[in-house]
Design a protein around this ligand. Sequence first.
Ligand code: G3H
Ligand code: ZN
Length: 286
Amino acid sequence: MVNNLNYYLKQAREKKYALGHFNFATADVLRGIVEASKDAGAPAVMVGTSEGESSFVGLKEAVALVKIIREEYDFPVFLNADHFKSFEKCKEAIDAGYDSVIADLSKKTFADNVAETKSVVEYAKSVNPDILVEGELGYLKGSSQVQTKVEITPDDFTKPEEAKEFIEKTGVNQLATVFGNIHGIVTEQEEKLDIEHFKKVVAAVPDVFYVLHGASGLLDDDVRAAIKAGVTNVHFNTELRVAYTEGIHKTFHDKPNETTPYKYLKPGVDEMKKVVAQKIKLFMGE
Ligand code: G3H
Ligand code: ZN
């Protein structure tokens, strides 16, 4: 690959669009994400595995799959360790060959978050300066599934003055920011971003790349406004999981005796690809 992830994020910031970040745990979903992203006109795509997803697919297997798919599709695909919750887990992903890691240590005290995230940055840069590290500040609640409610208050939001200190002390490249976003889809509550709050964070720290996590369930207008305000990377997982699962359910509804995996999985991949294509167009401002 000629250009690194930093290059594509810079391009996104300059031209005010965002790169998509989509999660996978199986080879069919990975390929579907890449095909749909390329076909929809994305300049590049980030694919991620959470700790759970990576223990299912395997860290080294994920790296090998992404390497092959980049070559096969001649398309920039970057592999991210998504919400890895300790220095040791981040190190495992870096050693396996991931392109970026999220040191998700925001449940720790600010001082511990700073210290451990800084160690991840130092380790990543010692292995390969192209590896990007994302830190997380604020309390990003919920998980990537359909839930009824997830209480969130402004107290959970990323604080601008803390963000400034955090970036200065850790040297992270990307920051996961909380301003009304939660992981997952909630059925009995409206998900709403506080864009004005996010603008205050960006004003305090203009130089870092901003990441919007938990984009499933948000209105397109909120995602658009976040990109306009400075987000260069948007994470979707739950909406893809739901689409994939619905496609598979439909097969079994229509053909309860189907036992050939590539036949019952394909409708899931096809449904998921429609979601990815729609999101890419949203990120590119179409
Ligand atoms: O890191 C992954 C994401 O932030 C996914 O969030 O499941 O709400 O789309 P989501
Ligand atoms: Zn996330």
